[in-house]
Design a protein around this ligand. Structure first.
Ligand code: PLP
Ligand code: CA
Length: 304
């Protein structure tokens, strides 16, 4: 394997790559936008790719919103041609997993935001109601008798009571333990960070002595969702574009896709080179095939 990968490409090389591929998977935060701000040039690139007849999908580990919200966000930020069926979020894929893979019978106990619950309800999956009783504690609260899965996502209203209830449900070996994603943290502006749902899942893994099944990137399941909705997608024709080595590049490697790192997000090229130069071959799965500064570098490929 040696020193393959991490190839910084520009100009004609980008044009060649865009011509060679017909299916583009974009991570969202760090590639397409930073929070509420589109990355300069990203909308033009995505619009141009879609208009040139390429397949474009978005794969995001952000479980906090239902897919409809992403369609609205894309429109608001100037991505004029993005439709619902192009959006694969960890919340949507979690709902598909519960409905189609495990065919869950019974309720799901959700640690997560309202958007995650909405995706599950839309897929017909019943969720345990949240209590708003301020006096409820793990000593006096009721536990639902028919909880067949605990699903952990990003939760900005996490309480000790929710963690305690989830730990109790996970005592039952028949109760599945799922996580929307395993992201450790997310960057905010000004050098602050948010703990990711991986950190909440880790707490429950310790409390339960169990390991969660991860739905989002880097797990292959999101690509299986894409393959089942876009018939005939050939991994060799795909390019996965992301900003985080441990989620996006590993996801691409796990699914047999060519990968591209953009330097507008979490990971730096030096980290990618470190993985590439490592003697440990498992580290090579984090190495992108290609590197660009920003997806705005695609723009000249659409100008004659
Ligand atoms: N989950 C949450 C709660 C986030 O805020 C973010 C990024 O802002 C993500 C996940 C990662 O999203 P993506 O996979 O699009 O980078
Ligand atoms: Ca990202």
């Amino acid at each position: 394997f040696g020193f393959k990968g991490c190839q910084k490409i520009r100009g004609a090389q980008i044009r060649g790559l865009l011509e060679a591929k017909d299916f583009f998977l974009f991570d969202c935060d760090g590639v397409i936008w930073h929070g509420e701000n589109a990355i300069t040039g990203a909308a033009k690139v995505v619009n141009a790719l879609i208009r040139s007849g390429k397949n474009v999908v978005f794969v995001t580990n952000n479980s906090t919103r239902p897919r409809e919200n992403y369609v609205n966000k894309f429109t608001r930020l100037g991505f004029t041609d993005v439709m619902l069926d192009q959006i694969f979020s960890s919340s949507y894929c979690s709902a598909l997993y519960l409905r189609d893979v495990v065919k869950v019978r019974g309720q799901v106990f959700v640690i997560g935001c309202e958007g995650l619950r909405m995706e599950l309800l839309e897929a017909g999956i019943p969720c345990v109601e949240e209590t708003d009783d301020p006096d409820a504690t793990i000593y006096n609260c009721a536990l639902a008798p028919d909880v067949k899965a605990v699903l952990v996502g990003h939760d900005d209203k996490l309480t000790f009571l929710k963690l305690a209830k989830a730990s109790c449900y996970l005592r039952d070996p028949e109760c599945l333990f799922l996580a929307t994603d395993n992201d450790p943290w997310h960057p905010l502006s000004g050098g602050r960070i948010l703990p990711g749902s991986g950190s909440l899942t880790a707490a429950l893994e310790v409390a339960s002595g169990r390991k969660a099944t991860v739905i989002g990137k880097p797990s292959r399941f999101m690509f299986e969702c894409i393959s089942s909705q876009f018939k005939g997608v050939d991994p060799a024709q795909c390019l996965m574009v992301g900003d985080r080595l441990e989620t996006d590049m590993l996801f691409g490697s796990n699914c047999g896709l060519d990968t591209m790192l953009t330097l507008t997000g979490v990971s730096q090229i030096e980290e990618a080179q470190e993985y590439r130069n490592s003697d440990l071959t498992t580290n090579h799965s984090y190495v992108p095939d290609y590197v660009v500064d920003t997806i705005a570098d695609f723009l000249p490929a659409f100008e004659d």
